[in-house]
Design a protein around this ligand. Structure first.
Ligand code: SF4
Ligand code: SF4
Ligand SMILES: [Zn+2]
Length: 128
């Protein structure tokens, strides 16, 4: 997860320090206790070096994010592995920029938090 795209990270009040930041009171409990973040099988910072990669738990999270937010955790991890974090973050900055005001879009919101322009990656599911 690129936490800079997260609503918890982008909100002005009680800003979350991100998955790799300290476990402060601003970080939601489910992110502190996250089974993927705390997985003992991980080698290094990211999951891609794990012998079980991509495990079922990660695939489930990836699917949820692909279907709901137009973002793939597995694609991110493969990019991180192949290109390194600097190139990955530079491509993320380009990919998630609001074309109207230049702010970083929030993956969890249908519209840019700064100017209200639609987030083109957000997937709106019709109500049944
Ligand atoms: S709420 Fe979770 S996913 Fe979002 S920035 Fe914080 S740690 Fe990252
Ligand atoms: S790929 Fe799955 S099993 Fe491996 S470190 Fe990540 S969460 Fe753990
Ligand atoms: Zn905007």
């Amino acid at each position: 997860m690129n936490c800079t795209l997260c609503l918890g990270y982008q909100r002005e009040k009680n800003r979350c320090p991100g998955c790799l930041g300290p476990d402060t009171k601003e970080k939601p409990k489910h992110c502190i206790t996250c089974a993927i973040k705390n997985c003992e099988k991980r080698v290094g910072t990211y999951c891609y070096a794990c012998e079980a990669y991509p495990c079922t738990r990660l695939k489930r999270l990836d699917k949820r994010y692909r279907l709901k937010y137009g973002m793939s955790m597995l694609e991110n991890l493969d990019k991180l592995k192949d290109e390194g974090s600097d190139v990955f973050m530079a491509s993320e900055d380009e990919k998630w920029i609001c074309s109207s005001c230049g702010a970083a879009l929030c993956v969890h919101r249908e519209r840019c938090l700064s100017c209200g322009k639609p987030n083109p990656r957000f997937i709106i599911h019709a109500k049944a």
